[in-house]
Design a protein around this ligand. Sequence first.
Ligand SMILES: [Zn+2]
Length: 307
Amino acid sequence: MTTALFTHTDCLDHLTPQGHPEQVARLSHVLAALEGRDLMRAEAPLASEEDLRLCHPQSHIDRVRAAVPDEGIVQLDADTWMSPGSLDAALRGVGGALAAVDAVLGGQAGNAFVATRPPGHHAETERTMGFCLFGTVAIAARHAMERHGLSRVAVVDFDVHHGNGTQDLLWSEARSLFVSSHQSPLWPGTGTPDETGAHGNVLNLPLAPRSDGAVFRAAYEDRVFPAIEAFAPELILISAGFDAHHADPLAELNLTEADFEWVTGRLCDLAQAHCGGRVVSCLEGGYDLQALAASAAAHVDVLIARG
Ligand SMILES: [Zn+2]
């Protein structure tokens, strides 16, 4: 088998203001770091409105579409901006995630990485938020359930920020298990342990500022892996944000490339045990360009070794 890489040059046309952390160079650095790797490379297709409606009402889709500027950059909320290319960039992100699910469930790839931007895990049902327009990973989970008939999809979010959008979109979805580890206190302020979903299908693991790899690994060993084990997923989706790296400017966790490598390997072990190794990972945050590129490469190298 092989590891698929879904990306698209449209994702370089989502422009943000000078100095904004979610910048074009993030994706170019990740793709440069993956050059020469043994990957099945594919273009991320555009998602359709029907795809988006797996998680978002038409009113949200219409609002985002209406906000696309003819030129320049417009601000949607405190952190989220759109340029003329932003809608297509976000649609490539969702489309890439859905195509990756299709490839992995269809057996064309053993696992997959979706390298696109903007990220998606902060977008709520009717709200853009934190650089995100649409809930990419949650839509991919619903796609796997509604169109492939899966009844147990695990979503693991190790981005340093709480995956509030994914949690919101999958809150009442009994066919999913959503796990988020994140620094707390930190924006967006949600993700406390008492937020458990409508069916006990949400698991939040807040980590104190300056927590290192040992704390992170213990939290996963004690809480995350047993929960996934008990859930027995048919597919594991990863919200792969690399901003828990010690060099990241937006947060204060102290992970290294080796920690991302470790958690990826352990999630692949669980996927191997329960679902033929089926893992689809989607890029979320990560704002130190060198740390992001090195961490994403370490993550993908594990996927390649296990694919
Ligand atoms: Zn983040």
